[in-house]
Design a protein around this ligand. Structure first.
Ligand code: BES
Ligand code: MN
Ligand code: ZN
Length: 500
């Protein structure tokens, strides 16, 4: 079991394993695949219970479609018991996770304390683990600030018992750590901006040290010394001191001397600065640290499962506020790379933070591969909605690896273009570049801006996840709110490409 604090905050649902179906009246969940059909799932039930389920399934026109559910309360060995059929689809990716999530949504506040997922009739490996993984994701919530919650609205589900063969508990371990990373990212994104600001973000990451992550933090003075004029320009309107948080996980005993670099935009609140945003919807900008949250969550997952890879996670943490000391549109700042930037719009602050963080990590760690994640542009949401993150890359192989990790993990990406003609749109009459282009192609010019800070030979990808870190409606794998987007993706990307 994991002992670091992220289990404490949210309701913690624990996962256990059993080799046979426990003899308790707890909710019993039976996965049903379209192939196997319902009969395969009814193995080992009494004729009465099986008949009841068959009739209920027929009445609901249940055929095993992913995340469809049939629920009955039936007389089970003389005791009333809730039994559910959970459709896992026809073997497509994520059917089990979605089914587990759908069941968790149904049972979370149902009064049931335990659900038993009996995966023993399903011969594919991982069934129980995947369902539990989906259930934990859907069951996560942050109730810390509710003091008047009605009893009926409170989560009751505490335990998931997976019935499967002996090896299943071993297969579960990796899932559990990735879930812990997702939960950590969601916590960071969900916390309000008066609680979560650059220094408190760093403090939340401290427990990662217990997992072997090395943490280094640069404050305002150190960053000034290094010449990070762009990042500091954003921070200067806020009373919160900016931080550059550096987390290092080396699971290779020094064998991979060039680490993978991950860089996250961590604007703990984005008012827009002097180019202030309109009031309605501004509250959303507490999630403007979602890129940094994904990086921290990925470090949690990788260190937790002791990934055999060397990874540096850098988070540029600032608050973007309007103030007597805030930067003005038309200010010219000098970045750590030496390039100068005319800040025409103080609301295009993410790129100003990232360019110094990216330069710093390249100077200090000479990575071959660097990936940044950022809620960078509203235009990304106009282009891709809430279905895909945008992936910009200077290397086709890297883009392919990321897109593949996106598809297999469920954090989907879509490739976006880069090109000289877009880059030209950033030329400035007074400095080396402007921080904004025209309205058109806003996500692409933002990526072009970042590319100007990528050093020769570095394979780089920029993931604009503006539409993905926060959802206004629930799905099978999350309640409305923070999704933890990027954690599963990065974990999979590292597993597939950096761990041999
Ligand atoms: N954090 C925002 C982008 C954003 C907007 C993310 C909505 C998620 C939802 C970013 O700092 C920003 O304000 N971008 C501007 C850029 C513009 C000034 C060129 C934008 O998208 O409007
Ligand atoms: Mn902004
Ligand atoms: Zn922003």
């Amino acid at each position: 079991m994991i002992s670091i604090p992220d289990r404490r905050i949210a309701i913690s649902i624990s996962v256990r394993f059993a080799s046979s179906r426990p003899d308790s009246p707890d909710a019993l969940v039976l996965p049903v695949s379209k192939k196997g059909g319902i009969d395969a799932a009814l193995d080992g039930l009494s004729e009465e219970v099986a008949a009841h389920l068959r009739r209920a399934a027929q009445a609901a026109r249940f055929n095993g479609d992913t995340a469809s559910i049939v629920e009955i309360v039936t007389d089970y060995d003389g005791e009333p018991r809730r039994v559910l059929l959970a459709g896992v689809g026809s073997g497509e990716d994520h059917g089990y996770e979605n089914a587990g999530g759908a069941v968790a949504a149904k049972l979370l506040t149902s009064g049931e304390k335990t659900m038993i997922i009996d995966a023993s009739s399903d011969s594919s490996t991982d069934t129980g683990s995947r369902m539990a993984y989906g259930a934990l994701q859907r069951g996560w919530r942050l109730d810390r600030y509710r003091t008047r919650q009605k009893a009926k609205a409170k989560p009751t589900l505490r335990t998931i018992t997976v019935v499967a063969d002996e090896d299943e508990a071993g297969r579960w371990a990796a899932h559990e750590h990735v879930f812990a990373g997702i939960a950590f990212a969601r916590e960071l994104v969900t916390e309000p901006p008066n609680i979560l600001y650059p220094k408190s973000f760093v403090e939340r990451c401290r427990p990662l040290e217990e997992l072997g992550v090395k943490i280094e933090v640069l404050g305002r003075d150190e960053m000034a010394e290094l010449g990070m004029g762009a990042l500091l320009g954003v921070a200067q309107g806020s009373v919160r001191e900016p931080q550059l948080l550096v987390m290092r996980w080396d699971g290779t005993d020094g064998e991979q001397n060039k680490p993978l670099a991950l860089v996250g935009k961590g604007v703990t609140f984005d008012t827009g600065g002097i180019s202030i945003k309109p009031g309605p919807g501004m509250e959303d900008m507490k999630f403007d640290m979602g890129g940094a949250g994904a990086v921290a969550g990925a470090m949690r997952a990788l260190a937790g499962r002791k990934a055999k890879a060397h990874v540096i996670g850098v988070c540029g943490l600032v608050e973007n506020m309007p103030d007597g000391n805030a930067q003005r549109p038309a200010d010219v700042v000098t970045t750590m790379s030496g390039q100068t930037v005319e800040v025409l719009n103080t609301d295009a602050e993410g790129r100003l933070v990232l360019c110094d963080a990216m330069h710093w990590v390249q100077e200090n760690y000479r990575p071959d591969v660097m990936i940044d994640l950022a809620t960078l542009t509203g235009a990304m949401i106009i282009a891709l909605g809430f279905e895909h993150g945008g992936c910009f890359a200077n290397d086709d192989g890297l883009a392919e690896q990321l897109l593949a990790a996106g598809t297999s993990s469920g954090d989907k990406l879509w490739r976006m273009p880069l090109g000289k003609a877009y880059d030209k749109l950033l030329d400035s009459p007074i400095a080396d570049m402007k921080n904004v282009g025209p309205r058109e192609a806003g996500s692409i010019t933002a990526a072009q801006y970042l590319q100007r800070f990528v050093q020769d030979g570095v394979k780089w990808a920029h993931l604009d996840i503006a539409g993905m870190v926060w959802m206004k409606s629930a799905s099978n794998l999350w309640d409305k709110g923070a999704t933890g987007f990027g954690v599963r993706l990065l974990d999979r990307f590292v597993a597939d490409n950096f761990e041999s």
